[in-house]
Design a protein around this ligand. Sequence first.
Ligand code: TYD
Length: 208
Amino acid sequence: MFITFEGPDGSGKSTIIKKIHEKLVSEGYNIVLTREPGGTPIAEKIRNIILDNENQELDARSEALLYAASRRQHLVEKIWPALKEGKIVLCDRFIDSSIAYQGGGRNIGVENVLNVNLFATENTYPDLTIFFDVSPEIGLARVSRDKKRVADRLDNENENFHDKVYETFKEIVKNNPNRIVSIDASKSIDEVFDATYKIIKEKLNGLH
Ligand code: TYD
């Protein structure tokens, strides 16, 4: 079972995933928790290049290719082997982030980014994707309130970029009703956690 979590910056995604992971492990599930970009040493090195605020010259298509390269490395080294062993893989961001951020935000086209990614993933799609729905206004306000968080190259993009990312996410959700479940992430952490947990348990129990 391959489950991914998506959403704009500041959606609270990472906090919820950590709690979901702890809960499922306590119930005895065999889980691999991972994230993108990154998840393996090579993919984490690619992540550092992409998110480094000094890399202002990084071209939009180069950025998309780097995300896709790190995604493939992550699949080869970690996700595919874990799925083969029958584990549940929980992944913080995956292909939909590339479609939304590079395809929409960077405006290089959803089709182009999809094609590059299908080459990278050999058509590997998650069984379930949870979309944490929060407007860019609320999300970015949370990011700037979070003192521990150092804003990376993507966080620091302008409002127009984040609006386009959000619009594209909403399109992806609309076009993939069988795979993606949307959760109102403007609510409290406990409420978002409960909604997320319920959806995942239904999926794991074959009810969804
Ligand atoms: P990260 O700190 O992991 O973001 P968050 O904690 O909000 O999930 O940084 C990842 C950044 O990279 C985030 O701004 C989204 C962006 N991103 C893309 O633009 N394309 C992608 O394919 C992925 C996986 C992430």
